[in-house]
Each structure stands twice: as structure tokens, then as C-alpha cells.
Ligand binder design. Structure first.
Ligand SMILES: [Zn+2]
Length: 453
């Protein structure tokens, strides 16, 4: 086990991407550097065989595609993942101070493990928007400091916590602190009741409102935002032999990165498009999987269908030909999987538990919480064989409810056979997760084989 270039690239991607908006910007920059054309959904598209292009929607979902030289009998090979991760999102306005602390309310986004956000040095990042001359203008922001923290109650004030477990109320106990009322030269008495201007009561002290005003050059009252808290500890290797990667957002930036890397690698060589005749390579990264995928940019939206149809319409294909191309297509839905936990082996199906650094996991579920069937599983096993990569089968314990992915959504919307796969990890949905440093390259190599089909 050791450090390797694929894991290095993943770590860089994770550190550049505290939110889905940043992940899509990072991916778009990478695609543009390779010469891919950014298309606008609002304009008509003109495309040529051999071209690589991408579309973003809401700044948080992205679909990239590469057209082959021969488009006489097209088919799609789609690697799909999601850009969002469970997190805490700031509410629009701050509450009144409590016990001289300045605080900010948060909402819970997705299936957050609450305890994992306690006692971490938290940064804030996301998208800030304002109206500018009748146009909507959005900017990405990121505070590089450690402005937020959710302090855990001392054990002396909660003596039973180790025996009874930690129970946190999302409204009361997850509210982070971001400073003291008195900081910046103002005494505790200076904070009046609500209704004061954002900078008024706290004049002189550094505030979130002031930081946003400085960064955007506009009054706080004119700004709307989607700001996420994130763990400022950088992603990096872990374990005595660097077997692991420790980071936030591995679910599912790891598979977003794998799909993107495989896509970019296939277009990097001479002659560009490396797929078989007619293969349109597609990397699709969707926001909002963690809250059910139903949004204008989620896997339940028309995003993927619109992009696939429009890329063939731009090549002069008829609707009949587009439907036939869909029927010739395949999807690999890549989302992280549960590795067996050494301290809780009983939580896993005793004959279908994935091991870290033992290769991609093929996920199946009788209730179709995963889209895999025998045929798509066989297809993926074949890809692993071509890539000389081992694979692992996963099914949940029969007495535990199964998670899900974007796979069933996209499969149902497009009617395209789909396999759900992912790399094994621990601490899924924690603010700080872990996975294997060897698995990442294995998934990328397998997805590259998929794009060559
Ligand atoms: Zn996921």
C-alpha cells in the first residue's frame, strides 16, 4: 500500500471542493483545460463529431460528453455520480446572541451524523447571489479561516453520556458559535434586540455579514446565499502505510472525481476519443442526491435526458435514432459503499461484506434500491477483468433497510440498464470519512474500460 497519483489527485480535488458549487467549478476548470467546450443550455448547440463538451446546471451539476468520430450508430456510456454531501447549511439570518456568544442557525442537509460535527474547526463556503442591473449574479466564496465551531458539552455536565449515548436536538444543539459579542471593542451590553442592521450592533468586530459585504462589495441586505459549513482539516493520507484517505465529502466526491478522471484520461491521448465506433462517453455529476435527487439539477430532473437528446439533435439525428441510441446504452452509477467495520461486523451481511483496498463494489438490492441486475453486474465484472482489477459483491443484511443512490432514478428516467457500484469506505456521512488509497485508481481504470466499450 502506498501513495499514488490517483489518490494524490483525489486529495487535491477534495481540498478544492468544500461544496458542490466548488466541485463543479473544479471539474469545469479541468475540462476547459483539456479543451472541452462549455455549452449553455439557453443557446442552440452546434457540435461536430470528435468534440468534447460539457454543460453545468445551477452551478452544482455537470454533464460532460465526448462525441466519437463515427456517429452513424451512436450509443451512450454514462458514468454518473453525485456532487453533494450531508452537511450543515446556514439559515438566512443570525439569531440573537446567547450568553454573550455570537451564533448562527443551521439547517441539516441530508443524513448528517450530528456528533461528527462537534468540536471541529469549521470553515464556511458556498454561493452568494445578488441582483445586478436586473441580472442574477452568483459568486463562489470560501472563508479560509476557522470561523465556526459547535462545542460539545463537557462530560462533567453530562455524566451519563458514555452510557446513555449522545442525543442532539438539531435546532438547539447544532447551532455553531462564531465569536463573542464583546469582540472588536464592544461590551456585552452593546447587543440590542433584533432589528438592528447587520453591522450596527457589532461595529468594529469582524462578522460573517461584514466578510460577505467585503467579499461581494455589496450590502448584506442585498445578498442571498447557500453557505455550507465544512471541516477545515485538509484531506490527506492516513494509516501507518498510507493505506487510507481521511477526508470530508468522500461520499460522493470520490466517485465524482473517479468519473471525471476516467473521462478526462480517455480524451487526453492522441486522436482524442478512444471509445468504440459510435460510443458517446458521458460523465454526469448530479447535486441533491442526499436529499432525494428531486430538484431542477438533481438526478430526478430532465438534465441528463436533455443533454443526451440535444447532443444527438445537434448532430442532425432524428428522434427515432435518439430513442434507438438510448436503447443501446449503459450507465455505471458510482457511489461510495459500506466497507465492513471491524468494531461492528454484525452490521454486515456475513457473506457479502466489502474490504477496503480490495477493489470496486457491485451493489445489488432485491427491492431495487440499487439499479443493478444480473446483466449489468456481468457487464461490470467484465470491465473489471479487462482492467485487471478485483471486484466485490455487496448486499445489505436482510433485516436492515438499504440505502439508495442516483442509479434507480437515472435508470428509470432514461430506461437504460444500470449498475450501481462504488468504492468501500467507513464513517459514511460523518464530517470526516475514510476510504482506501488503492481503491481509487482501480475504479478509475475500470471506468476507463467502460468508456472504451
Ligand atoms: Zn452517496
Amino acid at each position: 500500500m502506498s501513495r499514488n497519483a490517483h489518490a494524490d489527485a483525489l486529495i487535491a480535488f477534495l481540498n478544492a471542493s468544500p461544496t458542490p458549487f466548488h466541485a463543479v467549478q473544479t471539474a469545469a476548470d479541468r475540462l476547459s483545460a483539456l479543451g472541452a467546450v462549455q455549452l449553455d443550455e439557453k443557446d442552440a448547440w452546434s457540435l461536430k463529431p470528435g468534440q468534447t463538451a460539457f454543460v453545468t446546471r445551477n452551478g452544482s451539476s455537470l454533464v460532460a460528453f465526448r462525441l466519437p468520430a463515427d456517429v452513424s450508430r451512436p450509443k451512450f456510456r454514462i458514468a454518473a455520480a453525485h456532487t453533494d454531501s450531508p452537511c450543515l447549511k446556514l439559515k438566512p439570518r443570525s439569531p440573537e446572541p446567547s450568553a454573550n456568544y455570537r451564533q448562527w442557525g443551521v439547517e441539516v442537509y441530508g443524513g448528517v451524523l450530528y456528533n461528527s460535527w462537534l468540536d471541529r474547526d469549521l470553515g464556511v463556503a458556498g454561493r452568494v447571489t445578488r441582483m445586478d442591473g436586473g441580472a442574477i449574479r452568483s459568486s463562489l466564496v470560501r472563508n479560509e479561516g476557522k470561523p465556526f465551531r459547535i462545542p460539545q458539552l463537557a462530560i462533567h455536565l453530562d455524566r451519563g453520556v458514555n452510557e446513555s449515548g449522545l442525543i442532539l436536538n438539531a435546532q438547539r444543539h447544532l447551532q455553531p458559535v462564531l465569536g463573542l459579542v464583546g469582540s472588536g471593542g464592544q461590551g456585552p451590553g452593546g447587543q440590542g434586540p433584533g432589528g438592528q442592521g447587520p453591522l450596527g450592533a457589532l461595529a468594529g468586530g469582524r462578522t460573517l455579514e461584514g466578510w460577505l459585504e467585503e467579499t461581494l462589495g455589496a450590502p448584506f441586505g442585498s445578498l442571498t446565499f447557500e453557505l455550507h459549513l465544512y471541516d477545515t482539516s485538509p484531506a490527506g493520507y492516513g494509516g501507518f502505510d498510507d493505506e487510507f484517505i481521511f477526508s470530508g465529502r468522500l461520499d460522493n466526491l470520490a466517485m465524482s472525481h473517479a468519473a471525471l478522471e476516467a473521462f478526462c484520461a480517455e480524451g487526453a491521448g492522441p486522436g482524442s476519443a478512444s471509445g468504440a465506433a459510435g460510443t458517446i462517453q458521458v460523465a454526469a455529476l448530479f447535486d441533491n442526491e442526499e436529499v432525494g435527487s428531486t430538484s431542477a439539477q438533481g438526478a430526478n430532473s430532465n438534465l441528463i435526458q436533455a443533454v443526451l437528446e440535444r447532443c444527438l439533435l445537434a448532430l442532425g439525428r432524428t428522434r427515432e435514432e435518439i430513442m434507438a441510441a438510448m436503447a443501446r446504452s449503459h450507465i455505471v452509477s458510482a457511489d461510495m459503499a459500506h466497507a465492513i467495520h471491524p468494531n461492528y461486523p454484525e452490521k454486515h451481511e456475513p457473506y457479502h461484506y466489502p474490504l477496503i483496498n480490495h477493489g470496486p463494489v457491485i451493489k445489488a438490492n432485491a427491492s431495487m434500491r440499487y439499479a443493478t441486475n444480473a446483466e449489468t453486474s456481468a457487464l461490470f465484472r467484465g470491465l473489471c477483468a479487462k482492467a485487471a482489477v478485483p471486484f466485490q459483491d455487496f448486499v445489505n443484511r436482510t433485516d436492515l433497510a438499504c440505502g439508495t443512490t442516483i442509479g434507480p432514478h437515472v435508470a428509470a428516467a432514461l430506461g437504460i440498464p444500470t449498475v450501481d457500484v462504488g468504492n468501500p469506505m467507513l464513517s459514511m456521512h460523518s464530517a470526516r470519512e475514510m476510504c482506501g488509497s488503492e481503491d481509487h485508481g482501480m475504479m478509475i481504470r475500470t471506468l476507463r474500460e467502460f468508456f472504451r466499450e
